[in-house]
Design a protein around this ligand. Sequence first.
Ligand SMILES: [Zn+2]
Length: 157
Amino acid sequence: MKFKIIKDEDLLRKKCTSAVDLEAAISLGEGMLAYLDEHASGVGLAANQVGVDHRVCVIKVGDPIILVNPRIVNQFKKISFQEGCLSFPGDTVVTERYANIQVIADNYSEPLYFSEENILETVCVQHEIDHLDGILMHDRKIDLDKGDKSSYDNGIF
Ligand SMILES: [Zn+2]
């Protein structure tokens, strides 16, 4: 699969449609992970960032994860995080995110739990699911003075 990172904000703001073919969605996710490995400096990617209108995203902070039709069903403990995005090279914003989330996805039979023990991964999952909903990191931007500076970390998704 040949991919190119979409940088057009209007396209990125379109909400993705659900993936119906699970096998095709996994194979798309595998292609996206390979693309991340070879071409991109980020640790996560959403399908609409490479021009595919499906609710599929990948995360590669530790073990590679593919999420098909993911949904956050639980979240707690707000934190501030400085993040970047492969679609907006060089741009970073401080956002408000959750340190702990529980996610369900069609390719997992059990809910997945992402915790503050791996904050980069946990924020990455939120960033990617936002992409699938047409939400960009800029929409989560917070006033620097209001954030808890001690909790900043950063990543490019
Ligand atoms: Zn992004």
